[in-house]
Ligand binder design. Structure first.
Ligand SMILES: C[S@@+](CC[C@H](N)C(=O)[O-])C[C@H]1O[C@@H](n2cnc3c(N)ncnc32)[C@H](O)[C@@H]1O
Length: 294
């Protein structure tokens, strides 16, 4: 049984996006519809959500969970950049945009998807299963240098060179097919534990970020989202990885310097102890917000 995804820092998000009558939220990572549902309830009866996700399965779960709100919510399967272009070309100027980054609990718990190192699943990791490149393609086809860079930049992996060499040596014998293949090679090289986390956690994170072009999309989406906002509108971003958070912080500083608006969070907001107790997944969340100039 899949655990439902619990929206992270939902109270803080609602305080920042200020749901009012007739206001519009663009939710670029609707997932299970947790944040979107809270916004729709708080902005009843006229608030609207333009909801998108690149994962067709997530979108159908969100459609089902948000069905009670009828035509106050519209759905689109698209990555964040395509969704922003679509809403812009349709002439929307939302009051708020939300990006709640990374993977959902549903994706992590789905044994078919290959996001979790706990399972022995096909090494897939695509959020959008229509895209051709899987995590197995990345690990089986990238050069040693590229694998080293992916592990270092996206996983902060200190033993990136050693691991990249081990992956290339292993795939010469037999290509990687499953998450277990990958986990076992990392364990052979680094042992089982890398401090508090499993030694393969950084490798899995790095491979997921590369497979889904997460950093590239984030870099592009942030200025586009600020441009799309109505005057005074707010962009809220929740990041779970320090690399994502650095990109958000820099993009907000650049936008403020260019006169596009104001950073509302000098330091990122963090979940309270109660929330972390209720939902362990929230523990690494960092929330930043930006207000477009009036
Ligand atoms: C943390 S979950 C969002 C959960 C959601 N806020 C909720 O309360 O249910 C992240 C979702 O964003 C999607 N996602 C991640 N990066 C994306 C991107 N660049 N473009 C579109 N969707 C993305 C994932 O497929 C996943 O469903």
């Amino acid at each position: 049984m899949t655990r439902p995804h619990i929206p992270v820092m939902a109270g803080e998000v609602l305080e920042l996006v200020v749901p009012r009558a007739s206001c519009v939220l663009v939710d670029l990572t609707v997932g299970a519809g947790g944040h979107a549902g809270e916004f729709l309830a708080a902005s009843a009866p006229t608030g609207q959500v333009l909801a998108s996700d690149r994962d067709a399965r997530a979108l159908s779960i969100a459609e089902e969970r948000l069905a009670e709100f009828g035509d106050r919510v519209r759905f689109l399967q698209a990555d964040s950049v395509i969704a922003l272009k679509t809403w812009r070309d349709a002439g929307h100027r939302p009051d708020a945009v939300l990006l709640d980054l990374g993977v959902s609990s549903m994706q992590l718990d789905d044994e078919q998807r290959g996001f979790s190192l706990r399972e022995d699943a096909v090494l897939d990791m695509r959020m959008d299963r229509d895209q051709p490149k899987t995590a197995a393609d990345v690990i089986n086809k990238s050069s040693t240098g590229k694998l080293e860079r992916i592990l270092r930049e996206y996983g902060d992996e200190p033993r990136s060179r050693k691991l990249a060499e081990a992956f290339v040596a292993r795939r010469r014998e037999r290509p990687f097919r499953t998450t277990g293949d990958l986990r076992r090679v990392v364990e052979d090289v680094l042992g089982h534990k890398g401090g508090r986390i499993h030694s393969a956690t950084r490798t899995f994170q790095a491979l997921r970020i590369e497979t889904n072009r997460e950093r590239e999309l984030l870099q592009k989406a942030l200025p586009m989202a600020i441009d799309l906002l109505a005057p005074g509108g707010r962009l809220v971003v929740i990041a779970f990885e320090s690399g994502d958070d650095r990109i958000v912080k820099q993009a907000f500083l650049d936008a403020a310097e260019a006169g596009a608006g104001e950073v509302l969070t000098r330091r990122p907001l963090r979940p309270g102890r109660d929330e972390v107790g209720r939902n362990r997944r929230s523990r690494s969340a960092r929330l930043r917000a930006f207000a477009r100039q009036d």
